[in-house]
Design a binder for this molecule. Sequence first.
Ligand code: NAD
Ligand code: AKB
Length: 339
Amino acid sequence: MSGGRIPVTLITGAAGEIGQALLHRLAEGGGQPIVTVDLRPLSAGAPGRSHREHFRGDILDPALWEGLLRRYRPTLIFHLAAILSTRAESVPVLAHRVNADGAARVLALAADLATSDEPVRFVFPSSIAVYGLPSQEAKEVAAPVSEDEHLDPATLYGAQKLYVERLGAIVERLGGGLDFRAVRLPGLISSDTLPQGGTSDWAPELIHAAARSEPYSCFVHRGARLPFCAMPDAVEGILRLAFREKSSLTRSAYNLGGASLSAAEIIARVARDFPDLEVRFELDPRRDRIVASWPGAVDDAAARRDFGFAPAHDEETLFSRYLIPGIRRRYQHPVRLPR
Ligand code: NAD
Ligand code: AKB
């Protein structure tokens, strides 16, 4: 106990895709109690033995934090709550409030709680959206993008992610015990859940549609390419960064890589297991342009070196060992998808 309050790990955005996977992985291992925050309730099913309490509410609502901080003292914070890229472009004012103001508020709370004797670790999932390649042609010839290149985001979401990365690094440098760490995630694909509101969503949507024997309308062109990572590999990477001693870290924001795949390559691979797959291309120029500005591959050498990021899946085993068996199980024995 610290000042009568229970030290906890806090996950905001815990009802989202990454939040659910992270919560299950963290809570199953025991350890420090976990409290969660989200606008939505947690999905059905026990979140794990160390989960203590879910606070349903808005990260922008001071009353939510008053209630939470009366009883708990977060020492490790995973700040996941956000509005993803495609949706952020449609609701720009709200996206700014949640992705920039909301993150700044949670950072400020963390900085207030932190002291040099009792630091607070703040882990932030940033995105490949912080990068902005000037054209499709430039993207096609670019080498895997490393952390200090092409930091010229083309979207509000990308600019908000970069802002929070910079803000976190600056607050840490001011001293006072805030320990800020960020990962720039590629598109993630889960066999258990479906994304909503992102721009990399075509890949998971297409794979889940194939398993449900439904036709899929793809909103990007055939050659659209992004790096994709299996959800468990991304969660493992986030946790490795979170628990690595500070002295090993040489940066505040790290790329996590993934298999570099185009829409056509994903379709060809999925069709090997689901030969009836039917895909129509109905281009959404706005979303296709966003993808054109994001790198097709990122260089994650720093994450591998500094905190041992080592994804278990490559381009082939992402499908053969993770997605295809997991998705088959999911739809042969259907359970309610969380969204
Ligand atoms: P998600 O949309 O599934 O989850 C976000 C969660 O935040 C949702 O459950 C939502 O209800 C909650 N939320 C939104 N506004 C809120 C508010 N005002 N107060 C409280 N909760 C709020 O997204 P995700 O895929 O789980 O992503 C989690 C984080 O990882 C986000 O910050 C996202 O930008 C980042 N990220 C995700 C990916 C990916 O491919 N999934 C890639 C790069 C970065
Ligand atoms: C999105 O498409 O918005 C996310 C991301 C790559 O940040 N999946």
